[in-house]
Design a protein around this ligand. Structure first.
Ligand code: NAP
Ligand code: MG
Length: 385
């Protein structure tokens, strides 16, 4: 699908000097994953990248591809090197309505992909005793101790952490993204209950806003708004969308899947990795669609949706155009998106969309290739009349 999009929708119209890194699992294995690091460095050098979905190996994949080891997720490697945050934004088409009828514009989720319960230490308590929180300062000084619970019977405890540095980066990229997209920013946590932990998130966001973004937001006519997570969840169901909702790690994990599913299909969700240092990487939110790929390998017809891949490219091209000051490239990116959207709006769609689209006699399911061909035809119309 990645190759079809390039061959049929991009390369006939754009002369692109692309620096290419093959992140196929076999090549990552052959290069001891150095290719992933090289790819991340290239994004840092050129400031913009577009990435195809990759396999994060598990035990099965190690056998399937005869890998030297269970390599780390390339997304995690790139995210760490860029110190970035992932923003997920649905692609809206007029005949595919979100299941929440008041949502008119996209709701983008910004998930803080560091710390909290994702790197926690947990303990099962089996006997009565005292559980304590203990901090030992490296440079000497007396340890700080607090009782978590005097256990009279069995139970569980959990230690989670975050760092000011990571929260500051997260806050910065959320403000950057909202300003870039000219949309309001919401951030929500539970600082009434978690006054120190969630309170720290709230304070860092507030400080960053006042210090670096308030004026820019005012000028752009957008706002920053903090509210409790339960209030935000209630408000989002009545909002018309068109905003960025920044969330802590676990909240973002849950809410991004809810928003994705409410918008119909995983293939209608784009993903952008934004780094506080100004680097940006575009990709589809979905993976390699393994089930469809294996059918394809067996010669079966597939109806897999390339919309998120197309929007990853258009997003990347628009950013490139902005940096290089090449408005023709930006305008091509707009036309590419319009051609893709109008194809779906005309009723030509892949299988995943057919079941969620507004009923119409014009709707028909086509295979992957026919869908891309229909978009190609639409682009030619938009470019050459
Ligand atoms: P997936 O690729 O996200 O697909 C899961 C299911 O979602 C598919 O089986 C399909 O449902 C539906 N789907 C996703 N994208 C679609 C599309 N473009 N068109 C139509 N339907 C689509 O997840 P996976 O198959 O479980 O994972 C495959 C590999 O991708 C794994 O190795 C995983 O590590 C990797 N992965 C990579 C990334 C990334 O690089 N960013 C992200 C996620 C996963 P139906 O089968 O019901 O049609
Ligand atoms: Mg999730």
């Amino acid at each position: 699908m990645w190759k079809l999009v390039k061959d049929k929708l991009l390369l006939p119209y754009l002369a692109m000097d692309i620096e290419y890194y093959d992140l196929h699992i076999k090549n990552r294995d052959a290069t001891d994953d150095r290719v992933t690091i090289a790819a991340a460095r290239a994004i840092m050098k050129h400031r913009v990248g577009v990435k195809c979905a990759t396999i994060t190996p598990n035990e099965e994949r190690v056998k399937e591809y005869n890998l030297k080891k269970l390599w780390k997720s390339p997304n995690a490697t790139i995210r760490e090197m860029l110190d970035g945050t992932v923003f997920r934004k649905p692609i809206l088409v007029k005949n595919i309505r979100p299941s929440v009828s008041v949502w008119k514009k996209a709701i983008t989720i910004g998930r803080h992909a560091y710390g909290d319960v994702y790197s926690s230490t947990e303990m099962r308590i089996t006997a009565p005793g005292r559980a304590e929180l203990l901090f030992t300062p490296l440079g000497g000084g007396s340890p700080i101790r607090q009782t978590i619970k005097e256990f009279r019977g069995p139970g569980i405890i959990q230690g989670t952490h975050n760092t000011d540095e990571s929260i500051e980066s997260f806050a910065k990229v959320c403000f950057m993204y909202a300003l870039d997209q000219k949309i309001d920013l919401w951030f929500s946590g539970k600082d009434t209950i978690s006054q120190i932990y969630d309170g720290r998130f709230k304070d860092i966001f507030e400080k960053e806003y006042v210090r670096n973004w308030k004026e820019k937001f005012n000028r752009a006519g957008i706002s920053y708004f903090y509210t409790l997570i339960d209030d935000a969840a209630a408000r989002i169901m009545k909002s018309e969308g068109g905003l960025l909702w920044a969330l802590k790690n676990y909240d973002g994990d849950v809410m991004s899947d809810m928003i994705a599913s409410a918008n119909g299909s995983l293939a209608m969700m784009t993903s952008v990795l934004v780094s506080p240092h100004g680097y940006i990487e575009y990709e589809a939110a979905h993976g390699t669609v393994q089930k469809h790929y294996y059918k394809y390998l067996q010669g079966e017809e597939t109806s897999t949706n390339p919309m998120a891949i197309i929007f990853a490219w258009s997003g990347c091209l628009r950013k490139r155009a902005e940096i290089d000051v090449t408005p023709e490239v930006g305008s091509f990116a707009d036309k590419l998106e319009k051609a893709a959207l109008s194809t779906v709006a005309s009723g030509i769609m892949t299988g995943d969309l057919l079941s969620v689209a507004k009923q119409s006699p014009k709707n028909r399911k086509v295979n992957t290739e026919a869908f891309i061909d229909a978009i190609a035809k639409n682009i030619r119309k938009k470019l050459f009349g």
